[in-house]
Design a protein around this ligand. Sequence first.
Ligand SMILES: *[C@@H]1O[C@H](CO)[C@@H](O)[C@H](O)[C@H]1NC(C)=O
Ligand SMILES: *[C@@H]1O[C@H](CO)[C@@H](O)[C@H](O)[C@H]1NC(C)=O
Length: 271
Amino acid sequence: MASSSSPTLLLLLLAPLLLAMARPCTGADPISTVCSKNGTSAQTQASIDQVLSSLVPRASAAYYATATAGRSPSTIYGLAQCRGDVTRQDCALCIAAAAREVASSCRGSADGRIFYDYCLLRYSDANFIGLPDTGYTLILLNTQNATGVDLAAFDRAQAKLMSRVAAEAGQGASKGLARDTARLGGGGAAAKTTIYGLGWCTLDITAADCGLCVAQAVAELPNYCRYRRGCRVMYSSCIARYETYPFFFPLDGGAEPADLAGHLEKIVINQ
Ligand SMILES: *[C@@H]1O[C@H](CO)[C@@H](O)[C@H](O)[C@H]1NC(C)=O
Ligand SMILES: *[C@@H]1O[C@H](CO)[C@@H](O)[C@H](O)[C@H]1NC(C)=O
């Protein structure tokens, strides 16, 4: 991870992402993989391997686990977590894929992070556990505008919904996962749009920090996602996301997730 004092680097990756929305973790590519601090010692690499093999079974069983291995200066800290609304099977598949992918993609790096729709996994030689981290930002936006609605009204409804999601994420009862919806009238009774909002935090941070983290992510939405039919802002400690189709469980009315292939743009801000 670059230090927070280095200048903001903005990378626009316009290549369309082929994200299989229905089962993103069963073999699909991760949303993002970030490796830094290249050049690990053999001892550190051994600590990384130990942390990953300790995280996989425990995070698969409990949806969340942290691990530490090795002695200073080869200590490695790790965290793995599934989104609380996915099935046990999808959780286990996602965590296994995450550990496998981060081990090969970030081999030699003392800091590795991997993000999927259903889970995330992170390890580092710095003890990040319990510290809210909004240094690395990934923005994934739908390049299409909302349709069938007044765009200004859509953004107002989205902003209201997402500020509610941030507030809910800050409540201890939400256990780091806030889900909410907003219905938007499109004129006729049939023309209704539903906006689905989600806030999600790693469970090592407090509920209060979770609320602040999601609120910070939500505050980025107007900067990148005006009128967009879907958008997510992802930090290492939390995520804020909205879509106009159901993407969290239980799925609304058995609806099929939308096919976003070719409609996503990825923006990375590393500060
Ligand atoms: C790490 O450094 C080595 C040697 O400088 C280089 O060959 C390798 O590609 C680097 N790996 C990454 C992930 O940057
Ligand atoms: C989205 O809507 C805005 C406002 O009407 C417009 O300026 C912009 O070109 C639209 N973008 C797309 C991708 O349709």
